[in-house]
Design a protein around this ligand. Structure first.
Ligand code: PLP
Length: 378
């Protein structure tokens, strides 16, 4: 069986967890949390990083930080994971969904400006499959209309836009270290703060609305309740696992990108027949080997292919169910058709992608897909 995903252990995870435990400081912001923050700040030039218990939490922190009030509007792609929208919905925001591009699930920036009203407060680009959204244009629109930009960079570690690391461009950004991502800690995430006016309040929100971080730095002589907040910081045990992964980021990324390239060349022949489409990455963006997907010709063809692959012991998966027609949101949506989003919902298929996937397994998967199309069962 070729699974869809398999978490990779780089080797020192358990050793570092042991060190964290032995340090007897196993709640948040211990030595490994500091090491992870330093790693990101020095390797990616992020101004300030705060580990969180998930990307979802980092997005929730962002929504609190930009002071979302009931009725504020936030522009978000419909083709994304629920957390991108839910974090803002939790604070009473009205979610305004924007369509994807025709050739990529990322938001179509040419459709943003028509959605802006006096109540719009933020744009939340999602770098799907780690491929950069058109950030110059998004930042230009945001600055013209006085909006915040929150990057959902959950899938975008070590990926770039015109040479700049994703996560370093918006006012705030959120990363995920969920076990399905490139660099993992089981559950885990990070808020990146690129606008320093958010620094102090972010620490407070992350520490249950208290100024405890300042207290531990000796900047105040007692700490108490100073704002709203929640428990957004992870245990140092989680950070220990994460740090072991970060030490191998180069190796992990190289491997994943090699596998991605192998899929891309292995599927070229069948793509040339027009039966499937391969991912497109524009020249401003990079590939970080997060995900390999194909687009089938139709929903029916995708279902048949998933079943065919399963019979050949290969697990493939699809996502997302478009949020604008979801059971929670459909009666709140303004009725606009988001045709590109729906195309990706129906036709996008993700193939197995994980560090320990072998070249043989990739080739076998490519050959199996070829056989499916040659067998005429589609
Ligand atoms: C994985 C993912 C999330 C959620 O990450 P968690 O760490 O599981 O909360 C949010 N947005 C996108 C685009 C994701 O892929």
């Amino acid at each position: 069986m070729i699974p869809f995903n398999k978490p990779y252990l780089s080797g020192k995870e358990l050793q570092y967890i042991g060190e964290a435990v032995n340090s007897m400081k196993i709640s948040g912001d211990g030595i490994f949390t500091k090491k992870c923050h330093d790693f990101f700040e020095s390797n990616f030039g992020f101004k300030k990083c705060l580990l969180t218990t998930s990307c979802t939490d980092a997005l929730e922190m962002a929504a609190i930080l930009i002071d979302i009030q009931p009725g504020d509007e936030v522009i978000i792609p419909s083709f994304t994971f629920v957390s991108t929208a839910n974090a803002f919905a939790l604070r009473g925001a009205k979610i305004v969904f924007v369509d994807s591009m025709t050739n990529h699930p990322n938001m179509d920036v040419s459709k943003i400006e028509a959605l802006i009203t006096a109540k719009t407060k933020a744009i939340v680009p999602v770098h799907y499959a780690g491929v950069a959204c058109e950030m110059d244009e998004i930042m230009r629109i945001a600055s013209n209309h006085n909006l915040y930009v929150i990057e959902d960079a959950a899938q975008a570690i070590d990926s770039y836009y015109k040479g700049k690391p994703l996560g370093s461009i918006g006012h705030l950004s959120a990363f995920s270290f969920h076990e399905t991502k490139n660099i993992i800690s089981g559950e885990g995430g990070m808020l990146v703060i690129n606008d320093s006016k958010f620094n102090d309040r972010a620490e407070i929100i992350r520490e249950k609305g208290t100024n405890r971080s300042r207290f531990f730095r000796g900047e105040v002589d007692k700490y108490g309740w100073v704002d709203i907040g929640s428990s957004f910081l992870p245990s140092d045990i989680i950070a220990a696992f994460l740090y072991a992964q970060l030490e191998h980021i180069h190796q992990i990324q190289t491997r994943r990108k090699n596998l991605w390239n192998l899929y891309y060349s292995g599927l070229q022949k069948i793509a040339n027949t027009g039966k499937i489409h391969l991912p497109e990455i524009n020249s401003n963006a990079t590939n970080n080997g997060h995900m390999f997907y194909i687009l089938t010709e139709s929903f029916e063809q995708r279902t048949a292919l998933i079943n065919y692959l399963k019979d050949c012991k290969i697990y493939s998966v699809f996502h997302y169910l478009s949020l604008h027609v979801s059971p929670y949101f459909s009666d709140k949506h303004d009725g606009r058709e988001l045709n590109n989003t729906e195309q990706f919902e129906q036709r996008l298929l993700r193939l197995p992608m994980f560090y320990e996937l072998t070249e043989e397994q990739v080739m076998y998967t490519c050959e199996t897909i070829e056989k499916f199309y040659e067998s005429g069962s589609n």
